[in-house]
Write a protein that binds this ligand. Structure first.
Ligand SMILES: *Cc1c(COP(=O)(O)O)cnc(C)c1O
Length: 370
């Protein structure tokens, strides 16, 4: 082949159209580009407190075993999750981040004949996993920036094999009520798998009053995904999980790699589950920071979307990229959300109080600059 571009024509048609995920800018990259130090990153919804002590200790302890393969069934972590959420071990699928669970469900259930319904402004990985397997994405318009469950249901047809819902949603932080969600799941045809992405559930204030896990008994087509990347502070290790009926879990486990979670990740996640103090501290720092940052927006006359997560979307009412760039020059990395159809907004992860103060000062300087 002379023209090396021809190789693109050989790829699955969905992959030809696929625009790769753009992660938040890494601190090291900005350091290299601008020669800055003391950079703060509030761009990827990571835990500003870092990993918990118990997770770190577990990693230290397991280091001498690294020559061995990890437990491909993740028995200890699954047992701990099963106990915590009162589910059976065979209802759990472990993933290399919950991102992998999203990919597994797409690979296991979709063909180019199938459609996938998700919302406008929903998490960017849903179109990626859909296109990668050649299926068709059907995007329902949002309602007040959040999921419009009626509009989504209207788009479900006999071809729809998957529906993705993030609750709370990233990047908007919007939260659906449990009653409206259950109505939606109940109304879905049984030929359609519902993925309920709960990456931020630990931050939701009413999480203990009603629990989506109880729906698993009723809906064999429900898959709940959760992660250790956000509130648990272990994004760098890549651990997430799916909770579902045993049958759905069996299907996902068939397509995953045999050792998809590494040994450090398994050990740290298992220990992290017992570290309720770290989760409590995390939630407290987030609540305080959310209050502080949104008050700062108010003083600046900026509007924002009330958020149930550890991030907040601010509406600049003008193209956000110049503001994003100006913040970068001051050593503050936030997240532009143009790919989410939100060109005038920026997403800010709630940081430590010091980070929040630095961010607000930088934003004030940028916005009030002549
Ligand atoms: C961060 C995030 C995830 C996945 O994170 P992992 O690190 O792969 O577990 C999934 N869904 C949403 C909505 C997220 O914001």
């Amino acid at each position: 082949m002379n023209n090396s571009d021809n190789i693109y024509n050989l790829a699955v048609s969905g992959v030809q159209k696929l625009v790769p995920y753009v992660p938040g800018k890494p601190i090291e990259e900005l350091e290299r580009e601008l020669g800055l130090s003391n950079i703060i990153k509030l761009a990827s919804n990571e835990n500003p407190l870092g990993p918990g002590k118990k997770a770190l200790a577990a990693i230290q302890e397991i280091l001498p075993d690294l020559a061995l393969y990890p437990d491909g069934n993740g028995f200890d972590l699954k047992s701990a999750l099963a106990k915590k959420y009162a589910v059976d071990i065979n209802q759990i699928t472990l993933g290399n981040g919950s991102n992998e669970i999203l990919e597994l469900v797409a690979r296991a259930f979709l063909t180019p004949e199938h459609e996938v319904v998700f919302s406008q402004h929903a998490f960017a990985v849903y179109p990626l996993v859909t296109l990668a397997v050649g299926a068709t994405a059907v995007v329902a318009p949002a309602l007040n920036y959040g999921h419009d469950l009626d509009a989504m249901l209207q788009r479900v047809t006999a071809k729809t094999r998957l529906v993705f819902i993030a609750n709370p949603n990233n990047p908007t932080g919007t939260l659906l009520s449990h009653s409206s969600l259950e109505e939606f799941i109940k109304a879905l045809p049984t030929t359609c798998v519902c993925v309920l992405d709960e990456a931020y559930c630990e931050y939701v204030a009413d999480q203990n009053t009603e629990n989506s896990i109880s729906w698993l008994k009723k809906y064999p087509n429900l898959l709940i995904t959760r992660t250790f990347s956000k509130a648990y502070g272990l994004a760098g290790l890549r651990v997430g999980y799916g909770l579902s009926s045993p049958q759905l879990a069996d299907i996902l486990n068939r397509v995953r790699q045999p050792f998809n979670n590494n040994m450090l990740a398994l050990a740290a996640a298992t220990a992290a589950l017992t570290d309720s103090e770290h989760i409590q501290d995390t939630i407290a720092v987030n609540a305080q920071g959310m209050q502080f940052i949104t008050e700062g927006f108010k003083k600046l006359g900026l509007e924002w979307l009330p958020s149930a997560g550890n991030f907040v979307l601010v509406d600049l009412k003008k193209p956000a990229l110049p503001v994003y760039d100006a913040l970068l020059r001051k050593g503050v990395i936030v997240r532009p959300v143009g790919v989410y159809d939100l060109p005038n907004h920026l997403r800010i992860t709630i940081g430590t109080m010091t980070e929040n103060e630095l961010f607000l000062q930088a934003l004030t300087d940028v916005i009030q600059a002549p």
